[in-house]
Design a protein around this ligand. Structure first.
Ligand code: MG
Length: 193
């Protein structure tokens, strides 16, 4: 049995021609990516170590904020990792190490822009993206549409291709005790040519 038709490489996902491009991607018509991130939440500086609360590129007034080397935008980090994962490339921590002073306080939109650049270079575009944010406070229901619009704008896609869900953690564990924020994200990408 050839590698191209083995159970681990179904022929509908791989052909020699498609496999020749796409960098870490294999040229498959559809690929899926998953991203996850968690940041500790602390009282915002100067009283604590927290940075201003930012999610999906949207600044939200809150007394606690993420601790991170960059701006700590957990949603943009999860999306960035989902896109990078979908094209089989190194993750956000490998591309932008938190030991690099150049990224201290970095606006996470920069990370997402690089993931989008790599996605396009690999010959793919976003089908749709679905994210779940889990945090106890602030309540995100009134911010979700703004965040969704922000992400769609950053990705250069229509808002119908982006979905953001928000949940609490029912008061339990670090997330429920407002000591952390957590994000899960999945994305489908499709070959553009
Ligand atoms: Mg992060």
């Amino acid at each position: 049995m050839s590698a191209a038709s083995s159970p681990h490489n179904p022929p509908y996902l791989l052909s020699p021609l498609e496999n020749a491009d796409g960098g870490g991607a294999d040229g498959a018509p559809l690929r899926i990516g998953h991203g996850y991130d968690l940041h500790r939440l602390e009282t915002v500086a100067p009283q604590g170590d927290g940075r201003p609360f930012v999610l999906g590129g949207v600044r939200i007034e809150h007394d606690r904020g993420p601790v991170g080397h960059s701006d700590g935008d957990a949603l943009l980090h999860a999306i960035t990792d989902a896109l990078l994962g979908a094209i089989g490339q190194p993750d956000i921590g490998q591309l932008f190490p938190d030991t690099d002073p150049a990224h201290a306080g970095q606006d996470s939109r920069v990370f997402l822009a690089e993931a989008c650049r790599r996605l396009a270079a690999a010959g793919y575009a976003i089908g749709n993206l679905d994210a779940t944010v889990i945090c106890e406070k602030p309540r995100l229901s009134t911010h979700k549409e703004t965040i969704r619009a922000s992400i769609a704008g950053l990705l250069g896609v229509g808002q119908s291709r982006v979905n953001v869900k928000a949940k609490t953690h029912e008061g339990v564990d670090a997330v429920g005790e407002q000591r952390a924020i957590e994000v899960h994200c999945v994305v489908i990408i499709h070959k553009t040519a």
